[in-house]
Design a protein around this ligand. Structure first.
Ligand SMILES: Nc1ncnc2c1ncn2[C@@H]1O[C@H](COP(=O)(O)OP(=O)(O)OP(=O)(O)O)[C@@H](O)[C@H]1O
Length: 347
């Protein structure tokens, strides 16, 4: 189901946690609410769920105004990082819980409950754990059971608050892919909160970047990465080198192949992969030196040091595939030629 948020504002005392949020989420999307700590992500999720009420604005689900509806009347399933499973119930009973507490009129028969719970446990690939207790599961398994429990009542919208927050990097990565696949199969409109830009970009079909209680940008991961609408989004989504024309970078950028005569702004942001380097063939004092590098799996991250006209030096970061870097046969301290392929300009 689609979600429409119109002019949502929320204050805690005098502090504006959310300020005039307008957001449209079409049916079937998997949306990431992304932003730094304290920007209002969880508050927005709780307002959609009906766990928190907005001071102003409306929440529409599938075109119906649900602003004044209770949490139980919104048809929403949620998974919160600290929303623990019931410890005294088996995995099976945890997943069955939402069905068993339905009113007698709506409650399915025992046979249907059993089939449904086993189907859901198969979906999250954990049916073999059905008679275990939560304490006997790993963190990742618990999260998947929490998701099965949320799905049991067939929510029209699924909300997940930092669902993989407490897990280690390897498990997080597996679960991200798994959530994507699950969403692909079920197609339930889903919103998850994260402060991890890599997680947002990897999992979501739409990313909403929040900052200080307002939306900075909404778009597909590639929209946000390739066309950041402002400096905040550009810096928040992935690494970027920042060059400031007012701080003597103009000549330097010109030499690196980035024309600044028709500049579109005051500040240029350059992604590390848009910096191309080669061993310097110039005998003059090179203005860029290779300082160090780190392995990031298949990529190498290279730290370069540039000197500018005013005698100050600054680090610039480049990234390239491992094999390409090896072919350059560069060592620490080597002079390099540097070329900038592309920049985002901001005023
Ligand atoms: N019940 C509350 N009373 C007072 N202030 C609150 C309350 N809940 C949230 N806040 C404040 O509102 C702001 C937004 O909080 P929120 O939990 O939505 O942020 P967040 O983006 O989810 O942060 P994090 O990533 O750290 O969880 C924060 O500054 C927080 O301190």
């Amino acid at each position: 189901m689609s979600i429409l948020l119109s002019n949502i504002s929320k204050k805690f005392g005098t502090f504006a946690a959310l300020d005039q949020i307008n957001l449209e989420i079409p049916e079937g999307e998997l949306v990431a609410l992304l932003g730094p700590s304290g920007c209002g992500k969880t508050t927005l999720l709780r307002i959609i769920a009906g766990l928190e009420s907005a001071d102003e604005g409306r929440v529409l689900i599938s075109g119906q105004d649900k602003t004044d509806h209770d949490v139980s009347q919104r048809g929403i399933g949620f998974v919160f990082q600290h929303y623990a499973l019931f410890r005294h119930m088996t995995v099976f009973e945890n997943v069955a819980f939402g069905l068993r507490v339905k009113s007698r009129r709506e409650r399915p028969s025992e046979a249907i409950i059993r089939k449904k719970v086993h189907d859901l446990l198969n979906l999250v690939q954990l049916d073999w754990l059905h008679d275990r207790y939560p304490d006997q599961l790993s963190g990742g398994q618990r999260q998947r059971i929490a998701l099965a429990r949320a799905l049991a009542v067939e929510p029209s919208v699924l909300l997940l608050d930092e669902p993989f927050g407490a897990l280690d990097a390897g498990v997080r990565k597996d679960l991200r892919q798994w959530l994507r696949n699950l969403h692909h199969d079920l197609n339930v409109t889903s919103i998850f909160v994260t402060h991890d830009q890599e997680e947002a970009m990897e999992v979501a079909s739409q990313v909403v970047v929040l900052n200080h209680g307002h939306i900075e940008q909404q778009g597909t991961p590639s929209d946000i990465y390739d066309h950041p609408s402002n400096e905040f989004v550009s810096k928040f989504i992935g690494q970027t080198n920042v060059f400031n024309l007012e701080e003597h970078d103009a000549d330097w950028l010109q030499t690196a192949g980035l024309p600044t005569t028709h500049q579109k702004g005051r500040v240029a942001h350059v992604r590390p992969h848009d910096i191309v380097i080669a061993k310097s063939t110039d005998d003059n004092d090179a203005f860029v030196i290779l300082k160090d590098w780190q392995h990031l799996g298949s990529l190498i991250r290279i730290e370069l040091v540039k000197s500018s006209v005013n005698g100050q030096s600054a680090s610039v970061y480049a990234e390239m595939p491992n094999d390409q870097f090896r072919r350059l046969q560069l060592n620490k301290g080597d002079k390099v030629d540097l070329r900038i392929r592309h920049a985002h300009w901001f005023h």
